[in-house]
Design a protein around this ligand. Sequence first.
Ligand code: GLC
Length: 720
Amino acid sequence: MTIPAYKNPILPVTERIEDLLGRMTLEEKAGQLNQWFNLGPDHYDQVRRGEIGSGLMANSSTAGNNRQERVFAKLVNEIQKIAVTESRLGIPLIFGRDVIHGYRTVAPIPLGMAATWSPELIQAANTIAAKEARADGIHWGFSPMLDIARDPRWGRVAEGFGEDPFLAGKLAAAAVRGFQGNDQDAIPQKFPADRIVACAKHFVGYGAAEGGRDYNTTEITRQTLHNIYLAPFKAAIKSGCGTVMSAFHDIGGIPLSAHRYLLNDVLKEQWGFGGFVVSDWGAVGELINHGIAADGNHAAGLACNAGVDMDMCTMVYLQNLPDLVRAGKVSEARLNDAVARILRIKFAVGLFESPYADPNASQAIHLLPESLAAMRRLAASSMVLLKNNGILPLCSDKLTICLSGPLADQRQALLGCWTPDGQEEEVTTLKEAIAGRLGPEAWLHHCELSDDAVKLARSSDVLILALGESAGRSGEDNCTATIDLPAGQEALVESARRMEIPIVAVVFGGRPLNLSRVTDWADAVLFAWHPGITGGLGVADVLFGDVNPSGRLPITFPRSSGQIPLYYNHRPTGRPAPANSRRHSRYVDSLDSPLFPFGFGLSYTTFEYGNLRTAPAPQKPEISVTVEVTNTGNRAGTTIAQCYVRDIVASVARPVRELKGFERVSLAAGETKTIMFRLGPEELSYQDDNGNDVLEPGRFQVWVGGDSNAELGTEFEITL
Ligand code: GLC
């Protein structure tokens, strides 16, 4: 008996898709575009009728459930068996899940990962996450989140790579490759069997929500869209990202899930994106709330014609697309295009040949010692030393430490905001990490800083205060009106000063926090983000000097909430800010500068930059910038050399500085290395309102240094 072409693995995928499309009814086509969540026996009949094309594993696999019972692979197999053996065409489902920062071996939050400025470390972390998720039967991760964020009141700043499009773009490419395992710049014909499909989200501009309030409206010009918010998505698509998720919000009154210019004209036509677009949860139905759709039928037509291929969890595609096609309101060609995009990814994942998961695979893949070690290195590399008067690193033998503060022995906070598969009991807290290192002979007092603890603390050599915010104060729908520390924590630090012993503040958080007073009062401040399952160990590795901190801020830390939005790559205005002058964009009750600038971070050694030179490349608009970096301290360390550029005169006002190159440089004490940045059309162009690269001749400035305030610089000329 000949098998149907679409089931023949030796035929080209395009032929298999064409054959399948030719066999499908309109209802079955609409079913492929329909994703539902937590599929179970109640949905079996719909799966049999081909009305569901994808399952979203939303429930927690662990919290409250016995891990052995709740093994996703078993659930996937139960449902997949019905789809493959009991539906008319046997099209397998693709299963997606929020694999945001690690899976079972939970990594630091993405904002913390960004602080490593290391594409390599992020690619490695996402490879671990992909293998753990795929072993559990998950085919598709709703990650990386690429929303540029300039407002730390927004809870989801934790999930992205910070404020800069260049840094976020480099990390986006690495994140996609880590998940998908592809090594070429296109969606792979075949994903490796132990990887998952990535999803660049939330397309696009979600981080510009007014007031930092989640889901809120945005006003983004085309200039800012193309030069800031779209940049990391373009990098992800160029790296072969298989899917994109359309966001909840509107830009200037057009909701993203009905935004034809961005979903179709830019993403699919201008960039040539060949994967599929899934809406965010409910976003198609929410077009009614936005006030641009009268009902589900209207919403389905708007979203499908704009370019949303899969409807996440509203059923309005399933319920309406067949009639919309029959009524000519959605062309069958558009419906077929959406189905073809989804089938292309399903074929690439290998679902038609291998639809089932191995329910026993996860035991051999989850929480491997080498995975835990990798996350510990990543966590330590993500931490940013903001202040150190020399108290750090601590010498661990015979040290008496008083450890206090609300996050000293906290587990959930270290896991961070998106970890449905992390287990609190698998987290090493800061207290456990320090106790494990000091050993029984040393003294570790873990105490509340009540009065009777004062003498206890006074008898210690150092007071470590674990401060910051819980994971529940971060992430989706967890926005804060201020970025102040939670109530009582500043008072805690102020009272600790009475003890007249050195204070080391370790701050955990999912966003930049107002550390103005903590930085005044403490002798050292280490920002640890929400550092994941090995976060306590990573902090101890830094505090005791096993790791020389190399983290650099991927986002500006304001002095106060009142300064927000505050970001380094701002435009000059007609009255650029000479220090302490009047008549420029400023506040009379605050310094203009941030508390800590983008790119900032200290080390246990010191670095100097010198001998900056530029040289034009022969016959092309390119300049090479070389600089010497010297470790001027007495111990080895790693710094992030950062290259910033300004286009001094252009057809549109350009930012006062833009990151256009960075390099991790590891140096022994006293060692000097010469590094080079090449600045060509890609780095020196800007995007016009239609997303076209524009390189204009003229003068540019370039600086190289350890953060966005780098002073070592020069000018150069580009001629065309
Ligand atoms: C959520 C989030 C999105 C997530 C999706 C599926 O509301 O906005 O980031 O991937 O729904 O859980």
